[in-house]
Design a protein. Structure first.
Length: 130
């Protein structure tokens, strides 16, 4: 999985947001983001876009973990609880895989393991290798 981890070191947007990739295995990924002032919205909680971006990185890593380029074709997120916390954790797991399409569920929790959001995404799997 080191080649997948190395591949995602080129994700400058995730780096800019302070997202850290902490685990990678086939069909799975885990990423964290320490909430800083620039992640907050006008009511002083984590911005939905920041939460989505964290989940999206975990989705991208999990879907590319088979070392085949996978590109998102659909994503949705449900926000379940306000994220007034210090750290968010996104854990992605593969729920369906076939040669052309794959679907992933990403659960975003806070440092107390409270569920903040659920993200569901589908990718198109190209034949190109990472």
């Amino acid at each position: 999985m080191e080649s997948v981890r190395n591949f995602f070191q080129n994700d400058t947007f995730a780096e800019y947001l302070g997202i850290e990739l902490v685990e990678v295995s086939k069909g799975r990924a885990k990423a964290t983001m320490e909430i800083k002032e620039h992640h907050l919205n006008a009511i002083n909680i984590a911005h939905g876009g920041a939460i989505f971006s964290l989940a999206d990185l975990a989705f991208a890593v999990a879907s590319n973990s088979h070392k085949t380029i996978a590109l998102g074709i659909n994503a949705s997120i449900s926000y379940l609880k306000a994220a007034a916390c210090r750290t968010l954790i996104a854990e992605a797991k593969e729920v369906s895989l076939n040669p052309k399409l794959a679907t992933y569920e990403i659960r975003v929790t806070d440092e107390n393991n409270d569920l903040i959001a659920i993200f569901l995404g589908t990718v198109y799997r190209k034949k190109d290798k990472i």
